[in-house]
Ligand binder design. Structure first.
Ligand code: IMP
Ligand code: MG
Length: 178
């Protein structure tokens, strides 16, 4: 795997520190509220697990699965729901937990979809943000890192379902997907 990585963009230590910061903020912002974290499978699993451990107030978690990419590195712009929530979110304070905002198409769709379930509030926490590629307008309350427009893998992010298990975020060598 390592030989396919051009450069480590964010180390395990950098990720851990930032996630701790976000967890502290969420714990403060949602104290006394009915917090539900909704992870977007599968890219957000690492972030979700580490973030939850840094949240010091009661919270529950749920997951949705959507498809936007297939195995290519460019978004198709079409979002399909593969797995819906297990629980109702009406009246709850929901934070969507996502690995990366790229075009923003997936989150825009998800936000509208979840809004229709009448949560009390609905915000977004995304570990990474690629501002250069935005097509849909999206406001995320919590963002870990703004990243340049490279195809990134590791810490949950995949290329054709591979590399999710790298403990850091790396830039994938172009010859791997070209
Ligand atoms: P969007 O709808 O274009 O914002 O796409 C968001 C989804 O595409 C993310 O949740 C990721 O699963 C995937 N994605 C976007 N950029 C990358 C990347 O650099 N590496 C791996 N997956 C990515
Ligand atoms: Mg994703």
């Amino acid at each position: 795997m390592k030989e396919d990585i051009k450069e480590v963009l964010l180390t395990e230590g950098q990720l851990g520190e930032k996630i701790k910061e976000i967890g502290t903020k969420i714990s403060r912002d949602y104290a006394g509220k009915d917090l539900v974290l909704v992870g977007v499978l599968k890219g957000s699993v690492m972030f979700m697990a580490d973030l939850m451990k840094q949240i010091t107030i009661p919270c529950s978690m749920d997951f949705m699965a959507v498809s936007s990419y297939g195995s290519s590195t460019k978004s198709s712009g079409v979002v399909r729901i593969l797995k819906d929530l297990d629980f109702e979110i009406e009246g709850k304070d929901v934070v969507i937990v996502e690995d990366i905002i790229d075009s923003g198409v997936t989150l825009k769709y998800l936000k509208e979809y979840l809004d229709a379930r009448k949560p009390k509030s609905l915000e977004i926490a995304s570990l990474l943000n690629k501002p250069d590629r935005r097509k849909a307008e999206i406001h995320a309350k919590y963002i870990g890192f703004d990243v340049p427009d490279y195809f990134l893998v590791g810490y949950g992010l995949d290329y054709a379902e591979k590399y999710r298990n790298l403990p850091y975020i790396g830039i994938l060598k172009e010859e791997v997907y070209k």
